[in-house]
Design a protein around this ligand. Structure first.
Ligand SMILES: [Zn+2]
Length: 263
């Protein structure tokens, strides 16, 4: 309720002179309570504020204190060195920007699954939030994109098309981590990088089509469309990729063999 409260005032309240808690007009949801807890924790560990200074915003990664996108990008890159390979994998990719963005959200486990929507009260408690494919397990990011038996079949078929066997990953993060570990030359690498993003995107699209448009699930058709999607993305971004879509979809091993010597 006290919208004008300053950062400077919060610690002084916490020291016991005044009521330390923020006041809200309504009861908070569980997830908001968690956020509030995190905020209190941040404030508890905040640096000591100087009495005579008034509050102002300062961007901490630059000595000038001014915000810039470039400094944010550098900060992210250096702060999450272990993740930088995955960041590159997602954003330096022939898939369309909306697919890259979706994959990034999936990697961060921030896509709007039914279980998430119910948790934030977008869906009421009486709505069925089980996975649309298997109808047995609550729809979570990792279930719908990896663990669901239907999803697992898609991954297995697409990776089999690529020519490898796989062991199911524990999360989208470990899946992408594994994908980044496979080093290939130029055009093969381009196809490989598009592959997991195409699968993630297509599964999500199929899920939405099934829920909102009553589209029947067709495993064979979906796998074919994923392969076509990958090849079309590669052909659009790389004019030197001469192989025909049909050849690539139905005879990928031969196509990979033909581009073997390419650097
Ligand atoms: Zn399922």
């Amino acid at each position: 309720m006290d919208k004008a409260i300053s950062v400077k005032l919060v610690p002084s309240r916490r020291n016991g002179t005044e009521d330390e808690n923020f006041k809200f007009r309504r009861y908070l949801f569980q997830w908001e309570e968690e956020e509030l807890g995190r905020l209190y924790e941040m404030l508890l560990n905040a640096p000591v504020l100087r009495e005579e200074m008034s509050d102002r915003l300062r961007w901490g990664t630059k000595t000038s204190g001014l915000f810039s996108i470039a400094s944010t990008y550098k900060w992210c890159k250096w702060s999450f060195v272990d993740n930088s390979r995955i960041v590159d994998f997602i954003w330096k990719n022939v898939s369309p920007p909306k697919v890259q963005f979706f994959s990034w959200l999936a990697w961060k486990e921030r896509i709007k699954t039914s279980s998430y929507s119910q948790r934030i009260r977008v869906l009421s408690d009486d709505i069925d939030i089980n996975c649309i494919f298997c109808k047995e397990v609550v729809e979570s990011v990792n279930h719908v994109l990896l663990f669901c038996p239907f999803t697992w079949k898609i991954w297995s078929r697409i990776l089999n098309w690529w020519g490898i066997q796989w062991v199911i990953s524990g999360s989208v993060n470990s899946l992408l981590n594994w994908c980044t570990g496979i080093k290939l030359k130029k055009q093969k690498n381009m196809i490989w990088r598009a592959l997991p993003l195409a699968v993630l995107w297509s599964i999500w699209k199929q899920k939405n089509d099934s829920i909102f448009n009553n589209v029947q699930v067709d495993l064979d058709g979906l796998c074919e469309s994923i392969k076509v999607r990958i090849v079309l993305w590669v052909k659009t971004s790389c004019p030197s990729f001469k192989s025909l879509v049909d050849d690539s979809v139905h005879n990928l091993q031969q196509v990979k063999f033909c581009i073997r010597g390419e650097t």
